[in-house]
Design a protein around this ligand. Structure first.
Ligand code: HEC
Length: 94
């Protein structure tokens, strides 16, 4: 394989190799503290019959709530908040 033609593949593999669970919990906490207390508090994350059952479900729910707020967060913001909530409350394995 010529180097030139394998370069895009290499870049692609590098992107894949970067950890999917990389998030910034401090940024996530700040975003959640600023935006997420108007409808519910932290108690929904720890209640007995909580809705979210999986790590990916957590990200989906954060996205749903964020959209209902009309915030237009980037995927990274959603990941930061979901990562923070998981670390602090849900504690799913990644
Ligand atoms: C417009 C109102 C509203 C806002 C603002 C809101 N949420 Fe929610 N959220 C809800 C409702 C409604 C539920 C479902 C609660 C229930 O079943 O009683 C919920 C549930 C959740 C759950 C699931 C709780 C469980 O049972 O496991 C998560 C996680 C969550 N919200 C995250 C967030 C985050 C993060 C934000 C800030 C971006 C946010 N919410 C802001 C309305 C809101």
């Amino acid at each position: 394989m010529k180097l030139k033609s394998s370069l895009p593949l290499l870049v692609f593999l590098l992107i894949l190799a970067s950890p999917a669970s990389a998030f910034d919990p401090a940024a996530g906490k700040e975003l959640a503290d600023e935006n997420c207390y108007s409808c519910h508090g932290n108690d929904v994350y720890t209640r007995k019959d909580r809705m979210v059952k999986t790590r990916s479900g957590l990200t989906s729910q954060v996205r749903r709530c964020e959209l209902s707020l009309g915030l237009k967060w980037f995927d990274e913001d959603v990941d930061d908040v979901a990562g923070y909530l998981n670390q602090q409350f849900y504690k799913f394995d990644q």
